[in-house]
Design a protein around this ligand. Structure first.
Ligand SMILES: [Zn+2]
Ligand SMILES: [Zn+2]
Length: 136
C-alpha cells in the first residue's frame, strides 16, 4: 500500500493491509485535515516505511497521552498521525492512500465532537474505540 503527500516528497509504504479503519470526528483531525470527519487507516508500522522529511504538530490526545500529526515539510499536507496510545501503529489519513486502497471504515470515533450528521449504521463511540488496535 502506497501513501503520498501532494508533492510526493513524503511517502510511506506498507506491505500489509490496514489493521483497521475508523472515521474520526475529533477536533484535532478536523483542524489538520480541514474536513468535517476524517477516515484514518491504521497500519502496522514497518521499518523504513516512511521516506521524506516531516514537520510534526504535537497534541495531547483525548486519552491523556501525546499524539503528533506529521505533515510534509515541503507542501504541508498532513499525511499520518503517531498516537502513542496505539503502540506500533501509524494512523494514515485515508485520502493520502493511493489506489487500490478501498475505504472500509469499521466505526465512528470521537462522535462527542462531531459536527456532521452520521448517515450510516456503523458503530459509534463518543471517544476513542472500545478496543484499541495494537494494544493488549
Ligand atoms: Zn509534499
Ligand atoms: Zn481524530
Amino acid at each position: 500500500m502506497q501513501v503520498r503527500c501532494g508533492c510526493g516528497q513524503l511517502s510511506l509504504t506498507f506491505n500489509q493491509a490496514p489493521v483497521t479503519q475508523l472515521i474520526c470526528h475529533c477536533d484535532h483531525c478536523r483542524e489538520v485535515t480541514m474536513q468535517p470527519s476524517t477516515l484514518v487507516a491504521f497500519f502496522k508500522a514497518e521499518p523504513q516505511g516512511v521516506v521524506g522529511r516531516v514537520i510534526n504538530k504535537p497534541y495531547m490526545g483525548g486519552s491523556g497521552r501525546p499524539k503528533a500529526y506529521a505533515a510534509c515539510e515541503q507542501c504541508g499536507d498532513y499525511v499520518y498521525a503517531d498516537v502513542s496510545v496505539l503502540k506500533g501503529l501509524i494512523g494514515v489519513i485515508g485520502d493520502k492512500i493511493l489506489p487500490p486502497f478501498q475505504p472500509q471504515p469499521a466505526a465512528h470515533v470521537w462522535t462527542s465532537q462531531r459536527v456532521v450528521e452520521i448517515a450510516d449504521t456503523l458503530p459509534q463511540f463518543p471517544k476513542g474505540p472500545a478496543v484499541r488496535p495494537g494494544v493488549n
